[in-house]
Design a protein around this ligand. Structure first.
Ligand code: SF4
Length: 336
């Protein structure tokens, strides 16, 4: 069975963009692949190093969201990055194989640095060693578990390419040790926000979270962007440029054809259309939130899942690192 490595940075709760962009796909894949889901707390600290409490709280929220959304702990191993010290060790070895200029050229890192000017300066002049090097640590995450496939959004493809480069260089110097992992593009990599933005995101303030209450969902949907040409209730409109219709479609509203026809004919008002969407959304979130509630009330089960997932990932990593140390001639004696 091939191994999939996937995961998230714990910096907040999961929203519909995460769900339809990656989690739904992971839920499917977990039955066909040996699945490891990484909670990348070390990576989250690269740009949250002054807020360790935010990272810690988000780890808890993230696990609850995973389990609520259908990740099955009997099928997938959910594990915590900082509890796998071998990854930190491998990151050090890999750091000799990547030039600083190559890291600066990574388009995803460049883009992210531009978005974090308050932390890294207007021109990225205050970028930290840790942030610049996080793709190296990501390469270690993947290879330390002998990962075959990495489901990613398009923005993460350059990181997987960097991993493949590192693997090729490592194998050329120290002998065949790692396989080159492959990026698998998520079927729905980008989910639009309620405000019409191309991406749903926490920092953009346009997200519906899996754990949102009925009141929060209603408030957000009522403020969603619709066809601006529709002024009066009975004006005909174009559903293709309406975010409410976009979500009716995303959530597979069985009434979708009627929504479309009535919108075009001007026989449907936006308020009623939004109310219908609120109903569809709440119905969709109900089983997720019920599951979440169960796990919130059983913290001991959540801790057990995390401990077991982390132990499974560490056992596998230790085996890989024996091979690494042997090939790098660092195997002086057996560890006690
Ligand atoms: Fe959008 Fe519905 Fe209004 Fe049409 S009727 S513009 S689909 S909210």
């Amino acid at each position: 069975m091939k191994t999939i490595i996937t995961g998230d940075r714990p910096t907040g709760r999961l929203h519909l963009g995460h769900y339809f962009g990656s989690i739904q796909n992971r839920v499917k894949l977990q039955y066909d692949y040996d699945t490891y889901i990484l909670i990348a707390d070390v990576q989250a600290l690269t740009d949250n190093f002054e807020h360790p409490e935010k990272v810690r709280d988000s780890v808890h929220e993230l696990v609850l969201d995973y389990l609520a959304a259908g990740i099955d702990p009997k099928k997938a191993h959910i594990y915590i990055q900082s509890y796998i010290p071998e990854v930190a060790e491998l990151t050090v070895y890999f750091s000799n194989l990547v030039t600083v200029s190559r890291l600066y050229r990574n388009p995803t890192t460049k883009h992210e640095v531009g978005q974090k000017s308050e932390l890294f300066g207007e021109d990225g002049e205050s970028i930290t060693y840790g942030f610049l090097g996080y793709p190296v640590s990501q390469a270690a995450d993947i290879t330390a578990l002998d990962g075959d496939l990495v489901p990613v959004g398009e923005d993460q493809v350059p990181h997987i390419e960097q991993t493949r480069e590192i693997v090729r260089k490592f194998n050329a110097i120290y002998g065949e040790t790692f396989k080159e992992p492959e990026a698998v593009l998520s079927p729905n990599p980008r989910i639009k926000g309620l405000d019409g933005n191309d991406k749903m995101g926490k920092s953009l303030g346009n997200a519906i979270y899996l754990a949102d209450s009925e009141e929060e969902v209603s408030k957000k949907v009522m403020s969603a962007v619709t066809d601006p040409s529709k002024i009066k209730k009975d004006d005909p409109a174009n559903p293709d440029i309406c975010m409410v219709y976009y979500y009716h479609k995303l959530l597979s509203n069985p009434n979708l054809d009627t929504v479309c026809k009535e919108c075009r004919a001007g026989s449907r008002g936006c308020v009623a259309c939004k109310k219908e969407l609120i109903g569809v959304l709440l119905e969709f979130l109900k089983p997720i939130q019920e599951k979440r509630k169960y796990y919130e009330e059983h913290p001991e089960e959540v801790e057990k899942i995390l401990k077991e997932g982390t132990a499974a990932a560490r056992a596998r990593t230790k085996e890989v690192m024996k091979r690494v140390r042997k090939n790098m001639k660092l195997d002086y004696f057996d560890e006690q």
